[in-house]
Ligand binder design. Sequence first.
Ligand SMILES: [Zn+2]
Length: 323
Amino acid sequence: MNKRTIVALLFFLLFIIYLPSHRFAEEKKEESIYDKRMALYMKTESLTQIPWYFIAAVDQYERQIHKDLKEDQIISIRIPQEIWFGPGNQSMDMEMIEVFNGKGKDGNGDGKADPNNGEDALLTFATMIQAYGHNEEDFKIALWEYYKRDLTVQTIKNTARVFKKYNSINLTERDFPVAINYNYTYRSTWGDRRGFGGRRIHEGTDIFAGYGTPVHSTTYGVVELIGWNLYGGWRIGIRDIFNIYHYYAHLSGYQEGIEIGQIVKPGDVLGSVGSTGYGPPGTSGKFPPHLHYGMYKDNGYSEWSFDPYPYLRKWERMARDNR
Ligand SMILES: [Zn+2]
C-alpha cells in the first residue's frame, strides 16, 4: 500500500468510528430529557391520580410561552408567586404557606415548596387541578379558572388528547404538506403583495402542484377549523402541541372523515390540492392550483404569523430521508 492509500484508509476508519457514536450520543441526549419529564409526570400522577397526560400538556403549553427557559430545562410550569406563597408570604416553609393560604407543595420531599423546583411545581399544579376532579370536563374547568383564556384551555386540552393517544410526549416527527412523490414547486413568498383582498401581505408559502395532489398533515395536532373562507376557499386549520396553528388553504376537497376535534399525525391525508377561494363557496379556478400553507404562533396572549418557508425546507428533507 502506498502512503496515499493508507491516509485514505485512516480517514475512512475515523469516519466510520466517529459518525455513529456521535449520532448515538445526540439521540441519547434527546431521549433522556423526554424520559426525565415522563418520569416526573408519572410520579405526579401516582401522588394525585391526575392522569400524566393532563400534567404533561400543561407543562408543554408553559414551555411555549416562557421566553427565558434554559434549553435543558425539564419542567416549565410557572405558578405566580401570590398563588404559590399566599399573599404577603415569602417563605417556602410548608406550614407558613398553609397559614397564608398559598398553594405551593413539596414534590421532591426536601421539606420546602420551591416554585423553581420542577417536581414541586408539578405537584402544586396537579393538586390545584385535583380540587376540581379527575375527568376531562373537570380538567377543562380547572384550566379555565387558572388561565381564563379559551384558546389556552383548548390548546392544553387537545395536547393532552394527543399525548394520551400516542402514549408519548416525544412527538417530533414531521412531514411535508404536499405528497413528495408528486410534482410540486415552491419558493419563499413571505410578505409578497397579493392581487386580491386589498393591501394584505402574503402570510405563508404557496406550494404549486396539480389538482388532486394529496395534502398531508405536517405535525401531530388536532383539527381546529374546517370550511369555506372568502380568501382561503376550502381550508383546514390544525393546532399542534407547540402552540402553532397550521393553515392549509385552496383545497379541492377534504379527505373523507376529517372533522373538527380529530387528532392527526404527520403524513395523515387532510385533502387535496385545488384552486378554491376568492369568491362565494365553491368558487374555483381563479388562479393556478396550489396549497397555501401558513403558520401562526400563540404566545399565550396573541397570535402572529411567521414564515413557514425554512420549516418547509427542513420537513421536505425529513420526508425524503424517511422514504
Ligand atoms: Zn398563498
